[in-house]
Unconditional design. Structure first.
Length: 393
């Protein structure tokens, strides 16, 4: 059943790649074409194809596929409500792309009304959970993880930062794709996973910090009971909160010692610059612009930029602020070693009511202690590209 193995492998690669690239991107179209070609080759041998995914067992028709016993996509698809998958003869590419889109939606918390939508359109692909009599049933199920490697996401955020520096262009599609991919990575084995990137080199701080704050912000939003749309919006805001630091000279960003007053003034300007970059390039990212502007304002009104009139910051800004400080203090810097997690949580609890929103601070500490064994510390293994480092807050 080499054709079945080839198809399932190409299918998994297509879904994983689609989390990172917008519709029409050459890389996305290339993997879709490859998976569709593999399907056609399989259908040349088996016109009617039925796959069943039950835990670690993967069955094509009535034959187990032993070659994929260690293939972890079986449990992911099953958890996402795809336990049985049927392809009728002569599946078209449009049907196949719609199928891939729905699989991706289920994996990224964005599937809505899928059962009804499939009933309204004619498709040669059917999938769902396995009922008591073996028939296909639609079901809302937990999400599953695509990968515990964030290499592609790290490379994409480096590219996004360079685009802002070199062409003053902020690519919303890529930012949202990164967040979708992080959302997928967070949900597996029917429980939350918090995948955090470990800093290897000082110059990687831009990348690791942006991804980590995005993940932590989404995890905290979920912990606080927010819905999927808000969770993703907070993830984008966390990803872009320090985008203004692309405007800061490298010698200031990478300075190992204490900043001089004029250097600190330039550094503090990143909040205003970040909000301006986002507003000028993406009018639909008003929440991210607000968070970029407010994430260094304390709950007592101090911090920066200075407010002429006292007011409350947005809820998203208060969430990102806690996550920003946590990740910064947990990271080795040229002028200090990383703090232990419990020390940082103690600091956040101590500063609740002055620096941090008390409710959010308590929730964050509770979340990290509750999910301590579910934090996956990863290493970005891809080649580090030139990008500015970010100073601690």
């Amino acid at each position: 059943m080499i054709e079945a193995v080839n198809f399932l492998t190409a299918f998994a690669q297509a879904v994983a790649t689609m989390t990172l690239y917008r519709e029409g991107h050459p890389a996305r179209e290339r993997v879709i074409d490859s998976a569709f070609d593999a399907l056609l080759q399989l259908q040349a041998r088996l016109p009617n194809i039925v796959f069943t995914f039950l835990g670690d067992e993967i069955v094509c028709g009535s034959m187990p596929i032993r070659e994929l016993r260690t293939w972890d996509w079986g449990p992911r698809l099953s958890n996402a409500g795809i336990q049985r998958l049927e392809f009728e003869p002569d599946v078209g590419r449009d049907d196949f792309v719609e199928f891939l889109d729905e699989v991706l939606a289920r994996l990224t918390l964005s599937a809505v009304g899928s059962a009804e939508a499939r009933q309204l359109r004619k498709s040669r692909i059917r999938f769902g959970t396995v009922g008591v009599k073996g028939e296909i049933e639609d079901a809302a199920v937990p999400t599953a993880t695509v990968s515990y490697s964030l290499d592609d996401e790290a490379e994409t955020i480096r590219w996004l930062h360079r685009e802002v520096q070199e062409s003053n262009t902020l690519h919303l599609t890529e930012a949202e794709a990164i967040v979708r991919s992080l959302t997928v990575a967070m949900h597996g084995d029917r429980r939350i996973i918090i995948p955090l990137l470990k800093l290897r080199e000082f110059d990687e701080y831009t990348t690791t910090h942006a991804l980590n704050v995005s993940v932590l912000s989404m995890a905290l939003a979920e912990f606080l009971g927010l819905g999927p749309r808000d969770v993703r919006a907070f993830g984008v805001s966390g990803l872009l909160h320090d985008i203004g630091k692309t405007r800061i000279p490298r010698d200031i960003l990478t300075k190992p010692g204490r900043l001089e007053p004029h250097e600190r003034e330039i550094m503090n300007r990143h909040t205003v610059d970040g909000a301006r970059i986002i507003i000028e390039t993406e009018e639909h990212l008003d929440l991210a612009a607000v968070v970029a502007y407010e994430h260094h304002i304390m709950i007592d009104g101090t911090g920066y930029p200075a407010m002429r009139f006292r007011r409350d910051c947005h809820y998203a800004s208060r969430i990102v602020h806690v996550c920003d400080v946590y990740d910064a203090l947990r990271t080795n810097r040229p002028y200090r070693d990383a703090w232990a997690s419990e020390r940082v949580l103690g600091y956040i609890e101590e500063k609740a009511g002055t620096e941090f929103d008390p409710g959010i601070a308590r929730a964050f500490a509770a979340m990290m202690r509750t999910w301590e064994n579910q934090v996956a510390v990863l290493t970005d293994e891809s080649q580090a590209l030139a990008a500015p480092a970010i100073d601690a807050p």
